[in-house]
Design a protein around this ligand. Structure first.
Ligand SMILES: [Zn+2]
Length: 273
């Protein structure tokens, strides 16, 4: 008896061992047709699984890529701003170094408010007039002297202001504290400057430490006003700290902003530049 036949005869009770030995020692030629069919089926199953895997893999990658491309396109080209931020007549119109007003825009509803002010010719947007009056009166009634020093400023007057300042300190320096014509919130009639004295000389950061400045920081939002250029937000607003300059946005928006953070800017609240 040969060594190979001996192995087959001695291990009939262990089929698997027998098969392995046959594969190793005699090759596929000695396998029974049933076993060949079994291996063929296993082989086909493996091929099927590989096929399924390749089918799923390419299908999943392209389905993600177009979404990413759409997102990239969307962020590259920002959506247009809502009307409440672009309409010059809107109480929340956004005016900053990116978004300007038409040169010929004059609010249709300018009024002269009866409040303590350094001049009786200051005009304001009627949308803010009642709350401005309520705020200045409340401050003065609580023993804090608060004067209105500036409200509506026309495009032409703003142009004079900017050119005067630029002539003194250069355009770049002037641009940090004063807006170019068309880029000033004062042209909306919804922005206001305050002082604690009748001469109106409080347009410095020291105003924040006066009783009037402190009162405004604490209470302006209750009347619908926000400090438009807070300390430390120069990179957001484009302007240095101006504790005397407040913007009327209405009581709902001012409260919502104050609830998030007392020094939140319009740009941050509306997530715009
Ligand atoms: Zn101002």
């Amino acid at each position: 008896m040969s060594e190979e036949n001996k192995e087959i005869n001695e291990a009939p009770q262990n089929e698997e061992t027998s098969v392995k030995q046959k594969i190793v020692t005699k090759g596929l030629s000695d396998l029974s047709p049933i076993r060949i069919v079994r291996y063929a089926l296993i082989f086909l199953c493996v091929l099927l699984l590989i096929g399924i895997w390749f089918r799923i893999k390419p299908a999943s990658s392209p389905s993600v890529t177009p979404e990413e491309e759409e997102t990239a396109e969307a962020s590259a080209e920002p959506a247009p701003l809502p009307t409440e931020l672009t309409d010059p007549a809107s109480v929340t119109v956004l005016v900053n170094k990116t978004h300007s007003l038409p040169a010929d825009y004059v609010p249709a509803n300018l009024v002269t408010p009866y409040v303590l002010s350094i001049s009786d010719v200051i005009q304001v947007n009627e949308l803010a007039a009642d709350q401005l009056k309520a705020m200045v009166n409340a401050a003065n009634e609580s023993g804090v002297t608060l004067y209105l020093t500036s409200g509506y400023i026309s495009y032409e007057t703003q142009d004079d202001y900017f050119n005067d300042r630029a002539g003194m300190v250069g355009e770049a320096e002037a641009n940090k504290v004063i807006a170019k014509a068309g880029y000033s919130e004062h042209q909306t009639g919804l922005a206001f400057d305050f002082s604690d004295n009748a001469s109106g000389t409080a347009t410095t950061v020291a105003f924040a430490e006066t009783e009037a400045g402190k009162w405004l920081i604490e209470h302006a939002w209750e009347y619908g006003f926000i400090m438009r250029y807070p300390d430390g937000k120069e990179a957001v607003t484009g302007y240095s700290y101006q504790p005397w300059h407040f913007r009327y946005l209405g009581t709902d928006v001012a409260k919502a902003m104050h609830d998030i953070a007392p020094d939140l800017t319009m740009e941050e609240y509306y997530q715009v530049n």
